[in-house]
Ligand binder design. Structure first.
Ligand code: GLY
Length: 328
C-alpha cells in the first residue's frame, strides 16, 4: 500500500472506518449469547441487524423448497431495497462526489461466482452479480459495463441517493468533509451464507461500501475470496468491515481453507482475525467474519466489539453478539 490507509483516514477526518452497528432492528438483539454451535439444516446466517430480515426471507425460500442460491439472492434483496439501511443498495451512503456505487458478489455450491463493482443506479447488485455468473463467461463486471449489462437484462435505472442521504452527504461536504457521526450511523455490508437441508451451501455479499470513499474505490464485497468464499465440500465464509484489510488478507478464502484443515468455524474465523494483527492500525479499524461448515456449525468473530449477526433455523431466529479479540 502506498499512501498509508491511516493517513487517508486522518486526512478525511474519519474517526473510525465506520464499521458500526446498525440500529435498524435493535429489538431482536440477544446480548448474552456469544457463540452457538448448531447442527440444524436449513441454516441461514447473515451480518448485522439487517441480516435478520434477510435471513428470514432466505429461510422462507429454503423452507418452501427454493434453491439455496435463490435464498441468498432474495434474502440480500430485502436489505438492498430498504432505504433505511445506509450501507447497502438504495439509500446507501455515496462516495465523496455524491454517487452511490455498489459492490456485490455471489458464489454457488458448484464454485461458480459472479460479481459487480462500482455499479451505479441499479439497486440490486446481488441480482446483477448472479446474472454475471449465469449469463457471461466472466466473474466480475465493473462500472459502466456492469450497468449496461444490467440494463440489457431488464434492470431499471434508479437514483439510489435518497433525499435523506443526500442531505447527510451535503452536510458532510459543507462541514470540512468530516465523516458522519459513527455512533449514529451504520456503515456496513450485508453478507449472507445459507445451507439447505441437503447440505448445499451458497453465499452472497452486497454493499455501498465506505461512505464518502474516493470515487472509483472498490471494496472487498466485489472480490471473491476476500469478502466471500464457498466450498460445498467444506463450508463458507463472508466478511464485513474494512474491505481493504479483508482483500489484503484474502480473509474468507483463508477461513474456508482452515476449515478444510479441520478447524471449527470459530477457530477459522479467529485465525483470519489474527492475521490482521500485523497491521499497525489493527486497533482502529474493524473486520468481522462469519463462517459455517457443511455440518451446520457456525460462528462469528471480530477484532472489535459490537459485531452482530443474525441466525435463522427452524428453532432459532435471533441476532447474536459476536465474540471479539480486542478486550479492554
Ligand atoms: N466491507 C465493505 C467495504 O469495505 O466496502
Amino acid at each position: 500500500m502506498k499512501i498509508s490507509r491511516r493517513k487517508f483516514i486522518q486526512t478525511t477526518s474519519v474517526i473510525s472506518t465506520g464499521i458500526l452497528t446498525s440500529n435498524v432492528f435493535p429489538e431482536k438483539l440477544t446480548n448474552k449469547i456469544k457463540y452457538t454451535a448448531n447442527k440444524e439444516k436449513p441454516l441461514v446466517i447473515a451480518t448485522w441487524y439487517h441480516g435478520l430480515p434477510a435471513s428470514e426471507k432466505a429461510f422462507e425460500i429454503l423452507s418452501s423448497g427454493g434453491t439455496v442460491l435463490d435464498a441468498v439472492e432474495k434474502g440480500i434483496n430485502v436489505v438492498e431495497n430498504n432505504p433505511n439501511v445506509h450501507s447497502v443498495g438504495l439509500g446507501g451512503y455515496p462516495d465523496a462526489e455524491g454517487n452511490v456505487t455498489l459492490d456485490s458478489c455471489i458464489m454457488d455450491s458448484n464454485g461458480n461466482s459472479g460479481a459487480v463493482a462500482y455499479l451505479n443506479d441499479i439497486k440490486n447488485p446481488i441480482s446483477v452479480a448472479r446474472l454475471v455468473k449465469e449469463k457471461t463467461p466472466h466473474v466480475l463486471l465493473v462500472g459502466k459495463g456492469a450497468q449496461e449489462f444490467a440494463l440489457k437484462n431488464g434492470f431499471k435505472k434508479e437514483n439510489l441517493l435518497t433525499p435523506e442521504v443526500k442531505r447527510i452527504w451535503e452536510k458532510w461536504k459543507s462541514t470540512n468533509k468530516k465523516m458522519h457521526d459513527p455512533v449514529k450511523n451504520n456503515h456496513d455490508t450485508i453478507g449472507l451464507l445459507a445451507l439447505d437441508k441437503n447440505g448445499n451451501i451458497s453465499g452472497g455479499v452486497s454493499t455501498s461500501g465506505w461512505a464518502y470513499k474516493i470515487p472509483g474505490r472498490v471494496g472487498d464485497s466485489a472480490i471473491i475470496g476476500a469478502s466471500l468464499f464457498v466450498d460445498n465440500n467444506v463450508g463458507a465464509a463472508c466478511s464485513t468491515g474494512l474491505g481493504e484489510r479483508a482483500i489484503e488478507t484474502v480473509g474468507s478464502f483463508l477461513i474456508v481453507e482452515k476449515m478444510r484443515e479441520g478447524y471449527s468455524p470459530l477457530e477459522a474465523c479467529k485465525f483470519a482475525i489474527d492475521r490482521l494483527k500485523k497491521y499497525d492500525d489493527f486497533n482502529s479499524f474493524q473486520v468481522s467474519y462469519l463462517a459455517l461448515n457443511k455440518n451446520g456449525e457456525y460462528a462469528a468473530f471480530s477484532n472489535k466489539k459490537n459485531f452482530k449477526y443474525a441466525v435463522v433455523t427452524t428453532t432459532f431466529n435471533k441476532v447474536l453478539e459476536s465474540d471479539y479479540l480486542l478486550k479492554p
